[in-house]
Design a protein around this ligand. Structure first.
Ligand code: FMN
Length: 288
């Protein structure tokens, strides 16, 4: 079994943890997490990623600030760093595989926070001995969550609107983008979709839109206006972060469905459904 606790509880309890206790991993937790990381390499869309758990130093926190990641991470015990070759669907696979590790870390009682940006030329690149053809699209801090988060954590959560999730009728659709999908019609897919809705996303933009068409579910990326054109966003490659968000949604969706005993697979095959605007683009489909 992948997790000790029910997956839906893990997803509901996870949050972006930005303040940690200054404490090393206990040896059992460390061993279980590193074993899990070593086994988590092949993404659902065919890209291979290598992940490593590296220990954190004071200088890492400073380097993160320099890179403009919007959260201030304090006291993390380690970072999960992954490297992969830039390729079609590589970022979706990266999101999927990293999120799997984050859920495992939560299952083991650890807090974590996704940190977006481009880390390819950073000190993380050295830690993972990055090859010339590889990139590090994001990293994750990990450690034991502090009981009393700092004042600044609340400010970051408020700025990113972290506690707000879009309602169903803005995210999920029936047959096409004109008809919102009700939970009744979603049927067995209701819980997996709810788990997508609760997932983390860069700046909490929640860019996933899903159209149910019979037993096929088509995933679309609703890009945030400005992420592509604004210079700050370009520097942080925000554009790409939304493809990572899509991978996170795929991970929550597939794992929850698996838990319900329902099989299927991912394919990239645009069904040609009319999209509501130029910011919405097809990503991937789940088919039975
Ligand atoms: C791809 C990605 C990149 C993120 N980058 C950052 C970051 O650089 N700094 C930060 O403080 N939080 C970052 N976050 C966390 C989001 O702000 C957070 O997931 C969102 O606000 C929802 O809050 P929650 O995770 O507590 O549910 C990132 C999340 C994702 C998925």
């Amino acid at each position: 079994m992948l997790f000790n606790k029910p997956l839906t509880d893990i997803i509901k309890q996870r949050f972006s943890c930005r303040t940690y206790l200054r404490k090393p991993f206990d040896s059992d937790t460390f061993a279980r997490l590193t074993d899990f990381i070593a086994s988590d390499q092949d993404g659902p869309l065919g890209n291979r990623t290598r992940f490593e758990l590296v220990s954190a130093t004071e200088a890492d926190a400073k380097a993160l600030r320099g890179l403009g990641t919007y959260g201030f991470i304090k006291g993390a015990t380690g970072f999960i760093v992954g490297a992969l070759c830039e390729n079609e669907s590589a970022l979706e696979d990266y999101g999927y595989l990293m999120e799997l590790i984050i859920l495992k870390a939560a299952d083991l009682g650890l807090g974590s926070c996704w940190l977006g940006g481009t880390f390819t030329k950073s000190r993380f690149a050295k830690k993972i001995a990055l090859n010339a053809d590889e990139i590090i699209p994001a990293v994750t801090s990990v450690g034991y969550a502090a009981q009393n988060p700092r004042w600044v954590d609340g400010k970051i959560r408020a700025a990113a609107g972290s506690d707000r999730r879009l309602p169903w009728d803005k995210l999920f659709f029936d047959g096409g983008f004109d008809t919102p999908l009700s939970k009744d019609v979603a049927d067995v897919y209701a819980m997996p979709l709810e788990m997508v809705r609760l997932g983390p996303s860069a700046s909490n933009r929640q860019p996933w839109r899903i159209v149910k068409d019979g037993d096929d579910l088509h995933f679309y990326l609703r890009r945030t206006r400005g992420y592509r054109t604004n210079n700050y966003a370009k520097m942080l490659k925000m554009d790409d972060l939304q493809r990572i968000d899509m991978g996170i949604a795929m991970c929550h969706f597939e794992l929850t469905l698996q838990g319900l005993g329902i099989d299927g697979r991912w394919v990239v095959n645009d069904p040609g459904i009319a999209t509501p605007n130029e910011l919405t683009e097809y990503s991937v489909s789940w088919v039975e």
